[in-house]
Design a protein around this ligand. Sequence first.
Ligand SMILES: NC(=O)c1ccc[n+]([C@@H]2O[C@H](COP(=O)([O-])OP(=O)(O)OC[C@H]3O[C@@H](n4cnc5c(N)ncnc54)[C@H](O)[C@@H]3O)[C@@H](O)[C@H]2O)c1
Length: 387
Amino acid sequence: MDRRQFLIRFGAARAALAASTPAVAMLRTPPHVAQKMRVGVIGCGSVSNSYLPNLSASPYVELVSTCDIKPERAKAQAERFQIPHHYPHIDAMLDGSPFDMLINLTDMQEHGRLNRQALEAGRHVWSEKPLATTYDDGLQLLELARAKGLSLWGAPAVVTSPQFAFMARVLNEGRLGTVAAAHAEYGHTGPTWSAFFYEKGGGSMPDLGVYNLTTLTGLLGPARAVMAMTSILTPTRAVDDKGEIRVEAEDNAMVLMDHGGGTFSHVQSGFNYYDPHGHHGGLARPTIHLYGKKGNMGMVAYDWAPEGVDLVTEGAEAPERHCEDPQGYVWQWGASYVIERMLKGERSLVTPEHALHVLEIMEAARASQEAGRRIELRSSFAWPVVS
Ligand SMILES: NC(=O)c1ccc[n+]([C@@H]2O[C@H](COP(=O)([O-])OP(=O)(O)OC[C@H]3O[C@@H](n4cnc5c(N)ncnc54)[C@H](O)[C@@H]3O)[C@@H](O)[C@H]2O)c1
């Protein structure tokens, strides 16, 4: 299959997707077609150490190039993962050895611009969160992708865990009864390596809260409105790349969502959460709880690496732990997950509309803090998210 055939194939599939309103993104491709996607990875910092081993192990991925404005990082990762090309700038990368999908692992403030440049150059895009720093920019990216018959995807991939699937199924079957409320939390003491997390366009919501916002909207449906309070609790930080910096983006966030029908949920996240046991809280305890009129359930550990689901329902009142096996799920598999789905013509539970909706929620949370009021939302996505 040459590049033109490739683009026609995915272009047609993408157009079909845009024209329909499926519950999950569906891409149809004939099963006999060549089965590897050529990939370029931009941003060779911390998270690339999680992505590259996963991509290298995927039989559906051919790693073509790396790129970083710190060229020694692009070179080191290319050597470590036996990737044939490395570049110091996106222009050189796009003009260099051909590839089909850009995987964007750069600073949050760079995502929108680089994603646009890649789409304009005819590449599919998988982007770390957020897709862009504003909802309007993100929406324009999706419109550009659709117009060009390309795919745009955004992290996180929390809806692909078996624990999420279990919870979505329980809800779909009505086993909790009418859901009244849900709570989710994720925080730590903040990254120490790069300033962008704390600069304008960064913040704890797009870095951490984004996981819980994706999980709760994935389970309970699109939010109709948001009310939030955000603050900067630590006004200065010492970071490896810039030394002492002033914190410009929120590092403490409380976000309340109205899912319609009287159901509310709440996410708390931030960069000031001390936990001596680190990410998993020492114990496998639930960090996400849902309460309905006939039952309640909790996702054990964080939603990006869940370890089970505790369920209590009318008639089965002793808490039962379900779904402890990750079944191969890891949080860093988002790009290889969508690539495999694209090549096999299978449905993807991750959708760009969902990523955009979460981006609008984060923007609305900041607007709510500014205005001191409830902010209505415009966006939505196909729901329920069930396999
Ligand atoms: N670090 C993690 O564990 C982790 C986990 C999940 C998601 N993420 C997300 O991944 C993204 C990157 O985070 P990170 O921790 O790897 O940051 P990082 O600072 O370690 O790495 C970012 C890299 O991008 C490069 N870069 C910046 N602008 C560029 C440009 N215009 N062109 C090419 N390269 C550019 C930087 O030089 C740097 O090497 C963020 O969106 C973050 O939220 C990080």
